[in-house]
Design a protein around this ligand. Structure first.
Ligand SMILES: *Cc1c(COP(=O)(O)O)cnc(C)c1O
Length: 370
């Protein structure tokens, strides 16, 4: 079986975990948590990092920290993981959607301006499939309209936009450390900011809003989003390998591109080079073109028979039954997102994928396509 993702744990992971066990520090009180937070914050070029239980919690923390709630609108791409929209909806605020730019698979920045109203409080810029969103026009809109920027950088550890690290742009930025991301802690996430008051607020929200003086007296409701020392130990070891990981991911992407070149008539390939960034291939996605002789489901079924795992693309927020039932996004249409969602899938692209297995995947796909 070649699964769609295999993690790579090739550095100090075991040694740091051993240290946790030998010292007895396994909870969120352990020393790896703050070490990981400051080391990751440095790489992302933000002053403060607040480690949390996952990337979804990081987004919820960002929304709560910015006090976004009923009456507020947040603009985000329709094509993303549900975590982005659910964080907004759970806070009682309204998600406002934009389509993707077909050449970048990222938010169409032209559409953002048309969706800004007096109620808009923030733009949630999500870097999708590891090519950054075009940040300059987004930053300009935020400045011009006094909006917060929430930067969801869950798919772009180690990526840059015009030489600046992804995650360095947001008033609050968020990451996930799920095993298919470039850096994993098993489960985990982080919130990052340059604003000390916001950082303090995130720390409090993460820790049930316990108070420093009267610990069990609460002025506000928080959550338990604390990351454990075990997870942070993994994170620190993974962070030491980030540069290598980015290199490996680019190699994987280039190799697929090269070996699948002859299928260009049947597939759209992931966007690669833009003037501002080079893709780092969080996953290697393909979009089946209408002239393909084999349908998407036949392709993924045939790969499955050869014991090769695939995943479909995200399903757009405006087509989610759960949101339709809430009366959201009625009659909204976003053709680029709908096209990608209906025709896109990705191949095994984890860091643990060997070159031999990758070649097997490519050969098998070529055979299926005739
Ligand atoms: C993976 C991901 C998340 C969610 O992270 P979890 O750790 O799985 O909760 C959020 N946003 C984006 C863009 C992601 O890819």
């Amino acid at each position: 079986m070649i699964p769609v993702n295999t993690p790579r744990l090739a550095g100090n992971e075991a040694a740091y975990l051993q240290e946790c066990i030998e010292t007895g520090w396994i909870s969120s009180e352990g020393p790896f948590v703050s070490r990981f937070e400051s080391a990751f914050a440095k790489v992302v070029d933000q002053k403060f990092g607040i480690a949390v239980t996952n990337g979804t919690a990081a987004l919820e923390c960002a929304i709560a920290a910015l006090r976004i709630g009923p009456g507020d609108e947040v603009i985000l791409p329709t094509f993303t993981i549900i975590s982005c929209a659910s964080a907004i909806v759970r806070a009682g605020a309204t998600p406002v959607l934009v389509d993707l730019d077909p050449t970048t698979w990222n938010m169409d920045v032209q559409q953002i301006a048309t969706k800004i109203t007096a109620r808009t409080k923030a733009i949630m810029a999500v870097h999708l499939y590891s090519l950054p969103a075009d940040m300059d026009p987004i930053l300009q809109l935020c400045e011009q309209h006094g909006l917060f920027l929430i930067e969801d950088a869950a798919e772009v550890h180690g990526q840059t936009y015009k030489g600046r690290p992804c995650g360095s742009f947001g008033h609050i930025s968020t990451f996930s450390f799920y095993p298919n991301k470039h850096l994993t802690t098993g489960e985990g996430g982080m919130v990052l900011t340059n604003d000390e008051a916001l950082a303090e607020r995130c720390r409090s929200l993460r820790n049930l809003c316990f108070q420093p003086q009267k610990r069990f007296v609460h002025e506000e409701l928080g959550w338990n989003w604390r990351m454990t020392n075990l997870q942070a130990a993994l994170g620190l070891a993974q962070l030491e390998q980030l540069e290598e990981v980015v290199k490996l991911k680019r190699q994987m992407g280039d190799r697929y591109r090269e070996s699948l070149k002859e299928l260009e008539a049947y597939f759209e390939f992931p966007p690669s080079d833009k003037s501002y960034s080079k893709n780092i291939y969080w996953v290697f996605g393909l979009v089946v073109k209408s002239q393909s002789p084999v349908s998407l489901s036949s392709i993924t079924d045939a790969l499955k028979k050869h014991r090769i795992g695939t995943r479909p693309f995200f399903w757009p927020m405006h087509e989610q039954p759960v949101f339709k039932k809430m009366g959201l996004f009625q009659d909204e249409k976003y053709p680029v997102a709908e096209h990608l969602a209906r025709n896109g899938f990705y191949l095994p692209s984890g860091l643990g994928l060997s070159e031999t297995d990758q070649n097997k995947v490519a050969d098998c796909l070529k055979e299926i396509m005739g």
